[in-house]
Design a protein around this ligand. Structure first.
Ligand code: TYC
Length: 99
């Protein structure tokens, strides 16, 4: 006879996804006001927070604007670059894995 025992898995074991931080880089040409606008629009920050992030980038060379899953981070980068090019600014944006 078949005396095997099957135990039901009651814990889910899906590991959390790798997260990606979206970083803006400083440059000498993009207006501060444009960077603040970009951070507000694409990273859902209020005006004060966006201004703080922009100033950190301006002073330190780069700064994290948000942390997302791979596809969302990639879309944010594409949106920022498209808006920057459309406005004639050289603003650079990239995403990198967290850790
Ligand atoms: N350095 C720019 C200026 O003085 C402002 C700036 C801030 C540009 C952040 C890019 O990611 C940036 N106009």
């Amino acid at each position: 006879s078949d005396d095997s025992v099957v135990l039901e898995r009651r814990t889910q074991r899906t590991k959390p996804p790798q997260m990606f931080q979206v970083v803006l880089l400083n440059d000498d040409f993009t207006p501060m006001e444009f960077v603040v606008h970009v951070i507000q629009e694409f990273f859902s920050k209020d005006r004060e927070t966006a201004t703080q992030i922009m100033l950190k980038i301006h002073l330190e060379g780069k700064g994290i604007c948000g942390i997302y899953t791979r596809d969302v981070a990639s879309t944010k980068v594409d949106q920022v670059l498209a808006a920057s090019r459309a406005a004639g600014h050289p603003l650079q944006c990239l995403s990198e894995p967290v850790e």
